[in-house]
Write a protein that binds this ligand. Structure first.
Ligand code: HAM
Length: 422
């Protein structure tokens, strides 16, 4: 039988133990850290009308042109699986009316891009993102960057770098485009095919082409700030000064442009040495998007969680093996003991103590094997005799000792055992 139809889709993976425990830890750390800054969670749908993305991200971006999962639904509407989180959050904020200004929101969830899968690049991946709306302001940008570094430190990450640049204001774009085109035109023939196309459609993207031949040409081009207004340059200076003041080491990278069109002013990227070719752990920036009647000014970032997990596994190998053991296991000899143990298991669980039990009355050997597999530190064994006596056999798996304990003493004994273990 051909079972390929039952494989996950290429570039999309299942997540389960033990890795999922690490995901849960990172998510819990993130919720705690972001709450310190007054951010609250928003959960937007994974599917939006296609225009939400084309309008926000820009028609000529790679994401919109090549990477979106777009389909027509049964009602003839063009819908798209979200390739990123910012556009959906802006669409949500549109419904908030005047309250959108000052909103501080975060999201954690799956995103979808039809890219060629490779290490660190998936078709379904997960982002943790934040968006803060309000008047453009270098302090707001720096606060969000500082929060991001706080979060990466809470995760125990060290091996990352922060690159920063400016996209200038929308009003600067014609001069920047013109200035770059004039400088790049003499080299047009030597640029790769993609860059020759970008030259006409989205010239800024020349700057972050990965091909070595293009990089050499780009290194000789003037920085885009040269074509920007004094206001934009001052904004960048203010951001850099503030970062320095609060001790954030950022590298000004004139070639950093980011792949989405909505950015204005500050853009940044965080890279991590353990990630290989796909080394961008996170990207962010200030943006301006007009949706419907309203123009949104916001600043935010998104961290790729698959990549964050890889980075944590590298920087903190011990964190990668979080305990998933069931500390207490109940063994039942005979159906009466099984029924009594099911009742006991519920009592223990209600009291907050994780435990497991064999649901079939198998041999003692098979049940002990299951206890071992579950990583139990304590095994509680009951048969007809213990039921009659109102006791339970408590076996300490570390030293193999066992002792009959009156049921009434069990909770205290388990608590003592737990304290001893700590
Ligand atoms: P982005 O740079 O496109 O920005 O994505 C952010 C992060 O998502 C990347 O740095 C990377 O870690 C992860 N990522 C992107 N594509 C993939 C993929 N195919 N597989 C695995 N991980 C991936 C944004 O999405 C913006 N919305 C960020 C933002 C929020 N800017 C302002 N607010």
């Amino acid at each position: 039988m051909d079972t390929s139809a039952f494989q996950p889709i290429q570039g999309m993976t299942d997540l389960a133990v033990p890795e999922v425990s690490l995901w849960q830890r990172l998510e819990a750390d993130a919720r705690r850290t972001l709450a310190l800054y007054g951010f609250t969670e928003v959960r937007t749908p994974v599917v939006e009308q296609t225009a939400v993305f084309t309008r926000s991200l820009g028609e000529t971006t790679d994401v919109v042109q090549k990477e979106m999962y777009t389909f027509t639904d049964r009602g003839g509407r063009s819908l798209t699986l979200r390739p990123e989180g910012t556009a959906g959050v802006i669409r949500y904020a549109l419904g908030l009316g005047a309250e959108a200004d000052g909103a501080r929101l975060y999201y954690i969830g799956p995103m979808f891009r039809c890219e060629r899968p490779q290490a660190g690049r998936k078709r379904q991946f997960h982002q943790l993102g934040v968006e803060a709306f309000g008047v453009p302001n270098p302090v707001a940008d720096v606060e969000v960057i500082a929060m991001q570094l706080h979060l990466l430190e809470a995760w125990g990450l060290q091996g990352f770098t922060l690159d920063l640049n400016t996209r200038g204001m929308l009003e600067d774009r014609p001069a920047v485009t013109q200035g770059l085109a004039d400088a790049a035109r003499p080299h047009l023939g030597a640029l790769c095919e993609d860059c020759q196309r970008r030259f006409a459609t989205n010239i800024l993207r020349l700057l972050d082409c990965k091909k070595e031949s293009c990089r050499q040409i780009v290194a000789g081009l003037p920085p885009t700030t040269q074509f920007m207004s004094a206001d934009s340059r001052q904004y960048l200076d203010a951001v850099l000064t503030l970062l320095q003041k609060i001790g954030v080491p950022a590298r000004l990278n004139p070639q950093l442009v980011r792949g989405l069109d909505y950015y204005v002013h500050t853009v940044w990227e965080i890279r991590h040495g353990a990630l290989g070719a796909q080394d961008a752990l996170s990207g962010g920036g200030r943006y301006r998007v007009t949706l419907g009647e309203k123009t949104f000014d916001g600043v935010g970032f998104a961290i790729g969680l698959e990549r964050a997990i890889m980075a944590v596994q590298h920087d903190q190998p011990e964190a990668a093996t979080l305990a998933t053991a069931t500390p207490v296991w109940l063994v039942s000899m005979g159906p009466a003991a099984l029924a009594a143990n099911l009742d006991l298991a519920q009592t223990l669980r209600r009291a907050g103590r994780a435990c497991g039990l064999d649901l079939a009355t198998r041999s003692m050997k098979a049940q002990m094997r299951a206890a071992n597999k579950a990583g139990a530190a304590t095994v509680l064994i009951r048969g007809d005799q213990e039921l009659e006596q109102g006791t339970i056999m408590l076996k300490n798996m570390a030293d193999g000792s066992q002792q009959a304990v009156p049921l009434a003493d069990l909770t205290a004994r388990l608590a003592a055992q737990l304290i001893l273990k700590q």
